[in-house]
Design a protein around this ligand. Structure first.
Ligand code: FNR
Length: 373
């Protein structure tokens, strides 16, 4: 955890929940950084729909049960975790706070949360693994990849990720190109020169286009991943591979048939294709289609302990926080992130207790009433 001469950075007065960090983050960030971190694609319908979908689900508690000895622990990929909360990959965290990804790693490890480090992290990966290694109660530490059409580069990156000690790879498949990010464009967002994807040095420069060629279909898409690249990744790394951003159940089935270890149900926080359905809806559909055994995680709009409970009731094995922890980072550095995880875990514990759940085994669709049904 980052400690200056005066100790931990203070949590802003009046912060009682994760959303309370948001105005403090906004006040501290430049207009451009705020547009980058908070914005979504186009009309931001998916961004809003994610939250609205969690809100629209109502809970149906059981009462008068003996809950003594209850706990928030879950099992994920054969490991017992103290709670089902991980941090989603978010790029360029030094732009939010000087503690950056390393501060986030210390906070996550101290609070028993998992972390997925973005391929576009702004700090080197090895000290982040070291920050995790010292914590007995730590959650999983995974590395997120975007496919790059440079096999020598990818081979070296995979070697480095394995050597560093990451436990799994997460290939993000829903963002081969940026969405139409209106908010970023309006704000004139550009990465500040001191913030870079430092783990991606040495990558081949994009090819030049011929006159009349399309940047999308002649420049970017021929270099994007296909099922063949997924095969290649499976062959060139012994780490379990998860996919993030699969939307169609047929794609999910194909991925599982190819030996993918699990899926993160995500619409990239509404930042890629707008009007994608909310992830609560997608999660339900995936779980119904894939059966009980496929490891499924979910992100998108998770802010409340009740959201975590609803996600698990819909069949998620764990959840990932996105902007909510990033705003806590911007507002109060690593201390803010640790505080946010603690708040969410406490809320989740309260939600479990008030729903009559002693453990994960008690959490299922019987707890839910969808207000729209
Ligand atoms: C992201 N996300 C993301 N995903 C990914 O796979 N690699 C990345 O580098 C990034 N970078 C990134 C930057 C910013 C600013 C945001 C907000 C999001 C998507 C992220 O992992 C996650 O899917 C969403 O953030 C979840 O939605 P919420 O919780 O932010 O609503």
């Amino acid at each position: 955890m980052s400690q200056g001469a005066s100790g931990l950075e203070p949590i802003p007065a009046g912060v009682a929940n994760l959303a309370d960090f948001e105005p403090h983050a906004k006040a501290r960030l430049s207009e451009q950084a705020w547009a980058y971190f908070s914005g979504g694609a186009a009309d931001e319908l998916s961004l809003r729909a994610n939250r609205a979908a969690w809100d629209a689900i109502n809970l149906q508690p059981r009462v008068l049960r003996d809950l003594s000895g209850g706990h928030t622990g879950v099992r994920l990929f054969g490991r017992e975790l103290p709670h089902p909360i991980l941090l989603a990959p978010i790029a360029y965290q030094l732009m939010a706070h000087g503690d950056g990804e390393l501060g986030v790693a210390h906070a996550a490890a101290a609070q028993g949360a998992g972390m997925v480090l973005s391929a576009q992290a702004s700090m080197p990966m090895e000290p982040i693994v070291a920050a995790f290694a010292g914590e007995a109660q730590r959650g999983p530490l995974w590395f997120q990849l975007y496919w790059r059409d440079d096999r020598e580069f990818m081979r070296e990156l995979l070697r480095r990720v394995e050597r560093a000690g990451f436990e799994a790879l997460v290939l993000t498949v829903d963002a081969p190109v940026h969405g139409a990010r209106d908010r970023e464009r309006r704000a004139g967002f550009a990465l500040p020169p001191e913030v870079r994807a430092v783990n991606l040095g040495g990558i081949k420069k994009p090819i030049d286009l011929l006159p009349g060629q399309s940047m999308m279909f002649d420049g970017l898409m021929p270099r994007a991943a296909t099922w063949a690249e997924l095969h290649w990744l499976r062959e060139h790394s012994s780490l379990p591979l998860l996919l993030k951003g699969v939307h169609h159940v047929d794609d999910a089935r194909e991925a599982m048939a190819m030996g993918v270890a699990g899926l993160i149900v995500s619409n990239h926080g509404g930042r890629t294709l707008d009007t994608l359905p909310p992830t609560a809806w997608l999660l339900r559909r995936m779980r119904e289609a894939l059966g009980p055994d496929v490891p499924l995680l979910v992100d998108g709009g998770i802010r409340r302990g009740t959201d975590v409970l609803k996600a698990l009731a819909l069949g998620a094995d764990a959840v990932l926080l996105g902007r909510a922890y990033l705003f806590a980072l911007a507002a109060a550095g690593a201390h803010g992130v640790a505080h946010a995880i603690r708040l969410l875990r406490d809320e989740y514990e309260i939600a479990m207790a008030l729903c009559g759940c002693r453990s994960r085994a008690d959490i299922g669709p019987q707890l839910l009433i969808d207000a729209r049904e």
